[in-house]
Design a protein around this ligand. Structure first.
Ligand SMILES: *Cc1c(COP(=O)(O)O)cnc(C)c1O
Length: 395
């Protein structure tokens, strides 16, 4: 036996290297946007979640600066003690209005909103049924809650119903949890069907709109609106950090739900209130989402155009090294043969000035290139991506 109790760390890192799963950070220099500088290289950015291009919008920056000048940089305490500002209330009312719910509550991140809400809503006598492709934060919430947690096959409502039939009676409360837009595949959950079975089995439904908010729905409310489920009994969670270009998370729902979370969610009670800058930036973003529908129109036009271009090019080949997963969102995933293959593909695209993320297990079951489209991409950015992909698949 060695004497260093941390020696296993190096062995573990070596194993990651061998499996092509080792990961590092690379700094983006300067402003966020559709084109960024990274390590001295100019890259067209297909790797961000800033779908509407709001992270670099001067109106968000102005709102954040004004909030810092008014309130300072930190909110100095938890919301129930010294950390509450009127700005938080304004943002929460704006989110509730966007979502068509009675109330909302903001958390320090989307990750914490999921963990906090789930752990508050269910405990050891209860049951959580989650989509197998759910985001890590939903799974983490299940673990922290102590509830019995079972996964149903991806978007498979018949399997969900089977699990309800077998297990529901043995538990006190039941929570069904799902991403609305799956973060790595870009497809949508069958929310209306899920709500129908939930009703039949007396179960609550938590839906994670991280990639839906600002992107889906006529008013930009999210995939819940797009799927015709606004007003149904839901616990809606989301983030301020994707289309809203800021940082933080939220839960939206009934007055009782939000009131309960303010009293019973440790992940909200025992953490410092969202910073004034993040709060103000998110509030400005919610207003822009509601006022500038053209951003969504441009975004969807680009998404549909890109999907069509990719499919045309892939269809020309008998044996394709990349398979497009059935996306229905600005997240377009191209599944590759191995972690190594998608890493190489991503590197080749990078040398052509295109930043496309290689996403590998354990984040996803199969390795893929994950392309995200922005409203602020220019037609020539998309054209260059298609050319880059063409070069890749032709070997
Ligand atoms: C990004 C993401 C989160 C976490 O949100 P943060 O605000 O970044 O912590 C939660 N759920 C899903 C589906 C996500 O994609």
């Amino acid at each position: 036996m060695g004497t260093n109790p941390y020696a296993w760390l190096d062995n573990s890192l070596a194993a990651l290297h061998r499996a092509h799963r080792y990961r590092t950070v690379a700094a983006v220099e300067g402003m966020a946007g559709a084109v960024v500088q990274r390590q001295g290289q100019t890259l067209i950015n297909f790797a961000s979640n800033d779908y509407l291009g709001l992270a670099s919008d001067p109106r968000l920056a102005e709102a954040a600066i004004a909030a810092i000048q008014t309130y300072g940089t930190g909110s100095t305490g938890s919301r129930l003690l010294s950390g509450h500002r009127e700005l938080h209330g304004e943002l929460e009312r704006a989110i509730a209005a966007l979502k068509g719910t009675e109330d909302a509550i903001v958390f320090s991140s989307g990750y914490l909103a999921n963990m906090g809400a789930i752990a508050a809503l269910v405990g050891s006598p209860d049951l959580i049924l989650g989509d197998e492709y759910n985001h890590s934060s939903l799974k983490a919430g299940g673990k922290v809650s102590g509830a019995t947690t079972l996964d149903y096959r991806h978007s498979d409502v018949a399997h969900l119903e089977e699990l309800l039939e077998t297990h529901r009676d043995r538990h006190r409360r039941c929570l069904i949890a799902t991403d609305s837009v799956f973060s790595m595949d870009g497809d949508l959950c069958p929310l209306a069907e899920i709500l129908n079975v939930a009703e039949a089995y007396h179960a609550m439904v938590l839906v994670d709109e991280a990639h839906g908010t600002g992107v889906f729905g006529t008013s930009g409310s999210g995939a819940v609106e797009h799927l015709g489920c606004t007003g149904r009994p839901l616990v809606t969670v989301g983030t301020l950090s994707k289309a809203l270009g800021s940082l933080g998370g939220y839960v939206a729902g009934s007055v009782s739900l939000i009131d309960f979370l303010r009293n019973r969610a440790p992940g909200w009670i025992y953490t410092t209130g969202l910073s004034p800058a993040d709060t103000a930036a998110a509030l400005a973003a919610v207003q822009i989402v509601q006022q500038e529908a053209w951003r969504r129109e441009v975004l969807w036009h680009q998404v549909n155009h890109l999907i069509q271009q990719i499919d045309q090019n892939l269809a020309k080949l008998a044996e394709v090294p990349l398979r497009r997963l059935p996306s229905a969102s600005p997240i377009i995933s191209l599944e590759g043969r191995s972690a190594e293959a998608v890493l190489m593909a991503s590197e080749r695209l990078q040398s052509a000035g295109l930043w496309v993320a290689a996403v590998r297990p354990p984040t996803v079951p199969t390795s893929r290139l994950r392309i995200t489209v922005m409203a602020t991409h220019k037609p020539n950015h998309l054209h260059q991506l298609v050319t880059g992909l063409q070069t890749l698949i032709q070997g």
